[in-house]
Design a protein around this ligand. Structure first.
Ligand code: PEP
Length: 247
């Protein structure tokens, strides 16, 4: 399975940072065996898509409605029109700060799909849940309720992102990553059959150029969702290179 390395710029990046987008897109083309993408703040989607035509520019959220009284929100059609080809939904920062439920995430994934956007659905446990021995139960419950029945490998990827690993510099052991990704794979296959074996499962949480090779070598780790280390070509490209080497 071709690995996907997707950057999540979160609320970072202004017009002056389009040079970094161009540098990443240009350098990533040297690794045709790896799919790469950058999920940018909404204000940068159109200018980035114009600056790097053909490169996969994504959003970080997509509202479930087509239009209407949803102040401050953006629909799939708006994101598509701006030049996005994919979107993240259900990032833990949005689940926590915006109170997004699994049902919301499922509806958002379907709304994005209706506009032909690819979707990365995020799941992950908190530190308290891991300490309580509930990590797998929590993640599998989120997965079951966040994925629509229509999910298919040609448009949907799952990102396993332990909340306690995001932006902290801490990562789970490769054994724990293997166990969680294996459990997610089994759940996907049980629900979606053969296509569940083909759905990409990304790891996210403090992945960087130093730890990418070992994380991407774990069975069922089909790529990465990268926050802090996606903001510059210097930090992002070593992860893409590690994915190419792991293919
Ligand atoms: C993320 O927010 O999706 C993420 C993985 O962030 P970081 O790489 O900075 O931990």
């Amino acid at each position: 399975m071709q690995k996907l390395i997707a950057g999540n710029w979160k609320m970072n990046g202004r017009l002056g940072d389009l040079d970094a987008v161009a540098a990443i897109a240009g350098a990533a083309s040297a690794y045709p065996s790896v799919d790469t993408a950058l999920c940018l703040p909404a204000t940068l989607i159109a200018p980035a898509a114009a600056r790097v035509p053909g490169y996969a520019i994504g959003a970080q959220d997509c509202h479930m409605a087509v239009s209407g009284a949803h102040t401050g929100c953006l629909s799939g059609a708006m994101l598509k029109e701006a030049g996005a080809s994919l979107t993240i939904v259900g990032h833990s920062e949005r689940r926590a700060a915006q109170g997004e439920s699994d049902a919301d995430v499922r509806a958002k994934a379907l709304a994005a799909r209706a506009e032909d956007l690819s979707v990365i659905v995020c799941v992950g446990e908190t530190e308290a849940e891991r300490d309580a021995g509930e990590a797998e139960m929590v993640v599998l419950a989120q997965l079951a309720a966040s994925l629509p029945d229509e999910a298919a490998s040609d448009w949907l990827s799952v990102a396993y992102e332990p909340v306690w690993a995001i932006g902290t510099g801490r990562i789970p052991s490769t054994e724990d990553v293997a166990a969680m990704h294996g459990a997610i794979r089994a759940a996907l296959q049980a629900r979606f059959g053969d296509d569940g074996a083909a759905m990409r499962i990304l790891y996210g949480g403090s992945m960087n150029g130093d730890n990418a090779a070992s994380l991407l070598a774990v069975p069922n780790v089909d790529g990465g969702l990268i926050g802090g280390a996606s903001l510059s070509a210097e930090k992002f490209l070593p992860i893409v290179a590690a994915a190419a080497a792991a293919n």
